[in-house]
Design a protein around this ligand. Structure first.
Ligand code: 5MM
Length: 333
């Protein structure tokens, strides 16, 4: 793989990573690929197009005083190159608001040869160093890569854990060499009827495999943010787990597997309703760890905003208000 070494010093990367997780603020994941975003717009009754995806992202990013709860916003390639109605590129508008721009750099998942049924590996390493250099030019300060892991029927297999950990580590190192802080996201999907102990065991294997791969690749833990799933019972479980149980399992698993000098941990919401995601985050913060603990939610922050807006120009303010409500809830957790 070609690597480009940027002029960004390790100290600057560490400071950028620290800012992303400081003061209770968190990250808004608004990086749905055009395909996913189009599906979500259609589900909300909005005709999908490049312009409707742009207009929706403009609504989100211009919510009143978004920076009170949001330190960074993750965009996809399409949005990073788009402009607000007033002509400012999205990264410039975010910088004006005191928010750091992130960019999703993986190119999605592909079936994993030799894995169990449905297992995938996330791709995007080809040409990554060159894309990182361009994204830095366009105003990005951090990046994101998401590995997707399944639970049940022999999954996650060791093959899936190793392949995805290697890719996450190579991505993280390439970003740090190129001047972007990597957000490293190994997500175990919550689908299934499993008990919380099953999720805890799989999360522990996933994070332990990842920690070894990051160390082998020479990734600086203090210049990266981990974006894991919370340890919960499966979506369809008969016995759900309350916030204190989720917090205990989540923090104990992280403590047992990850280095103490990570810049921080920013949890994904994983399809949890926003009230539950915030209650779990609050309990996780109460339990505490050696790192700042915050959110990098997608659906838990934006779903109510999309439903309030539904493409109606007269409902833009209602959409912005809905986003602010969810951001406030997560930041205050
Ligand atoms: C916002 O969605 C992200 C990417 O979607 P694609 O599958 O279209 O690439 C996704 O990676 C998201 O950032 C994380 O899953 C966290 O989102 P949730 O909704 O689980 O908090």
């Amino acid at each position: 793989m070609t690597t480009t070494t940027s002029t960004t010093s390790p100290e600057v990367l560490r400071a950028t990573a620290a800012r992303l997780v400081a003061g209770g603020r968190g990250i808004l994941a608004a990086d749905e690929s055009p395909r996913t975003m189009s599906r979500r717009l259609e589900d909300a009754g909005v005709a999908p197009s490049e312009e409707s995806r742009r207009a929706y992202r403009e609504l989100l990013l211009t919510a009143d005083d978004l920076a009170a709860g949001v330190s960074g916003v993750i965009l996809c390639d399409e949005t990073l190159r788009q402009h607000l109605a007033d002509g400012r590129p999205f990264p410039a508008a975010l910088a004006d608001a005191g928010i750091q721009t992130g960019i999703k750099v993986d190119t999605g998942t592909a079936p994993l040869a030799g894995g169990e049924e449905g297992e995938t590996v996330t791709e995007g390493l080809d040409g990554l160093a060159g894309r990182v250099a361009e994204y830095v030019e366009l105003g990005a300060e951090f990046a994101k890569w998401r590995a997707v892991l399944h639970l049940g029927a022999g999954r996650p297999s060791s093959r899936a854990l190793e392949a995805n950990a290697e890719a996450l580590a190579a991505y993280a190192r390439t970003c740090q060499d190129g001047g972007l802080v990597p957000v490293v996201e190994p997500e175990i999907l919550s689908a299934g009827g499993h008990r919380i102990e099953v999720c805890a065991a799989a999360t522990a294997r996933t994070l332990a495999t990842l920690a070894r791969a990051l160390d082998r690749a020479g990734v600086d833990p203090a210049a990266m943010v981990l974006k894991p799933n919370m340890v919960t019972a499966g979506e369809g479980a008969r016995q759900t787990a309350g916030p204190d149980e989720v917090a205990r399992a989540t923090v104990d698993t992280l403590r047992a597997t990850m280095p103490d000098d990570l810049a921080g941990v920013a949890f994904l919401s994983g399809g949890q309703p926003s009230v539950i995601a915030a209650a779990n985050l609050a309990a996780i913060r109460r339990r505490g760890g050696p790192w700042p603990l915050t959110f990098s939610f997608g659906r838990a922050l934006v779903s109510p905003a999309l439903l309030a807006w539904r493409g109606d120009p007269s409902a833009v303010d209602a959409g912005r208000d809905a986003l602010r409500r969810e951001v406030d809830r997560a930041a205050a957790a």
